[in-house]
Every structure is written in C-alpha cells, then in structure tokens.
Design a binder for this molecule. Structure first.
Ligand code: SF4
Length: 299
C-alpha cells in the first residue's frame, strides 16, 4: 500500500529550523517541537505541542526522498530533539533511511542534555554505526547561574558529561553558545569565562556562537520589558565574545560566530587561530572593522 506523502511530498508541520550546514540535507521531520520547550529565550517551538510523528508519515517521507532526493547524501532529523525518540524506534527510523536511501552517508540531529542522558553510550555507538554523524547540542552557557535563569533544565556539569558522552561514542559534536544571554556587566564576563571553561572540557569539533535576539512571546522578552533583563550593547557583546575565545582551549576544533544573529562573523581553529581572531575583535572594538547592521541580523 502506498503511503499518502510518498507521492505528495514531504510532510512538514509548523516552523522548522535546521543548522546552516544542513541547508542541502534531506530534512526529515520526525518529531514536532522540543520536549523541553522551557528555555526563556526560545520561541522556536512555542506553538507546537511535542510529539513523535507517526511511523507511517516518517516512512512516507523517506519513500518520497528515495524517489526525488537522490542527489542529497545527508539527512537532518528535525525538530528540536530527535534524539529523545526511544532507542528502538529511532533504530527503526535509521534502518529505514539506510534501506531506502543507501546513498545517504551522514545523519544529524539537534540534541539536548536530557535526550543524550536517556541514551546509553552503547545506544549512541549503535546510532553512529547506522550513520549518526553529528549532533548539535545547545549549551548556551557554562555558567550555572545563567543556565538556571534561562531555565535550561540542566547544569554545566551535566552538559559537560553529555557532550563528552557524544564524543566518546565517536559522533561529531557542534555546541552552540549564546552571546548576551547573561545580561550586562560582570555577569556577561562570568558567562564568557565559564562558557570557555565548559567548551574546553567538552572539546567539541565545532562551537557556534549565536547572539541572543529578544523574541516577543518569550519569558525573556517579558523580563526585558519589565527592565529585569538588559541586553549587552554591540561593544559589550564583542568584549564577551573576546573573553569567551580567550578562555576556550580546543584541540583543533573550530570556533565560529558566522551565524546570522552575530554582529561580527569570525571563524578560527583553536588554539592556533586564537591570536588572529582576537586581533580582529580588537580591531572591531577600535572601530576599524564594521559590524553587521541591525536589520541584517536574524535568529
Ligand atoms: S533552546 Fe533548545 S532545548 Fe531550549 S526550548 Fe528551545 S529547542 Fe528546546
């Protein structure tokens, strides 16, 4: 029996996001929303009630991709934390991808500390053997006070353990961190230093720094309106970025801030590229390099 979306096209519900590097991947929506959905700054999935999509719909999408997406050799599993799917069911999805899309070489997904904790090291290794190549972990900060204030639902220690577990399983890891999320002044610098320390402990292959954008409808927006949260200005954000990079020691990993939300795009392999990128930030702080205008920024 043919499945409805096998011929009609991929089945997407609501707002779907993916990392920039997955722009040409087969985007397979296996869950709706995020099982946590409580971070104060995040409005991405506010309209969605979390659920795992039906196997028939997922299989219909895979069969559609098998007919019409033969040139795309990567799959990205959406939405917020596909890794939360129970292992047996997730393995079934990976098996169907491998069966019907044999040209796909890499499978990626977003993850959070909770969903990684629910997988054993062996589970992660099994997924890697079936093609799981990279996970994106939203760390946001290495500062426990900041993590608590943004309701991340985890601690720096737990994020460190979960990040290390992914790496131990042989899965590549991109961690995202959020500039500006701790507010202004000394908190900004504490966030930068603690985040650098956490990133150094995890030692991911990639770090992507984003800049917080205050989104209407989120608790952070309400705190901002009440004057309880103040966003660092452009200069303070550059100083925060500088402090974070100065405290981050990676073993050949790449630290980038080329996301659309940032004022200054930088990209450096650490440790060797550190001084060059600090010099670029210093030049920007002296006004010798222009920053991205506000209207060009997006989350
Ligand atoms: S930031 Fe990530 S974990 Fe937090 S609510 Fe948004 S999607 Fe969920």
């Amino acid at each position: 029996m043919a499945l409805a979306n096998e011929s009609e096209g991929m089945h997407y519900e609501g707002n779907c996001i993916r990392p920039p590097r997955e722009a040409y991947s087969i985007l397979l929506q296996v869950t709706l929303g995020c099982s946590h959905n409580k971070c104060t700054f995040c409005g991405t999935y506010k309209e969605k009630r979390f659920k795992i999509k039906d196997n028939d719909i997922i299989l219909g999408d895979i069969l559609f991709a098998s007919k019409y997406m033969k040139r795309q050799d990567r799959v990205f599993l959406m939405d917020g934390d596909a890794l939360i799917i129970p292992q047996k069911r997730l393995m079934w999805i990976f098996d169907r991808i491998n069966e019907h899309l044999p040209w796909v070489k890499k499978i990626g997904a977003y993850a959070n500390a909770k969903s990684i904790r629910m997988k054993s090291l062996e589970d992660l290794i099994d997924l890697r053997k079936k093609g799981m190549n990279r996970l994106w972990l939203g760390v946001e900060s290495g500062d426990d006070q900041t993590l608590k204030e943004v309701n991340k639902g985890t601690s720096a220690k737990n994020l460190m353990d979960m990040g290390k577990k992914v790496k131990k399983a042989g899965i590549k890891l991109t961690t995202t961190v959020l500039l500006g999320i701790a507010g202004r002044g000394e908190r900004s610098l504490e966030h930068a230093r603690a985040t650098g320390k956490l990133l150094s402990a995890i030692d991911p292959e990639n770090v992507a720094a984003l800049t917080v954008i205050i989104t209407p409808g989120t608790p952070l927006y309400e705190a901002y309106r009440r004057g309880e949260f103040q966003l660092p200005d452009e200069r303070e954000l550059l100083i925060e970025l500088r402090e974070m990079i100065a405290h981050t020691n990676l073993n050949g990993g790449i630290f980038s801030s080329d996301h659309a939300s940032n004022y200054l795009p930088i990209r450096a392999r650490l440790p060797e590229g550190r001084q060059e990128v600090l010099d670029v930030i210093d030049a920007a702080l002296r006004g010798e390099i222009g920053l991205k205008p506000e209207w060009m920024r997006a989350f």
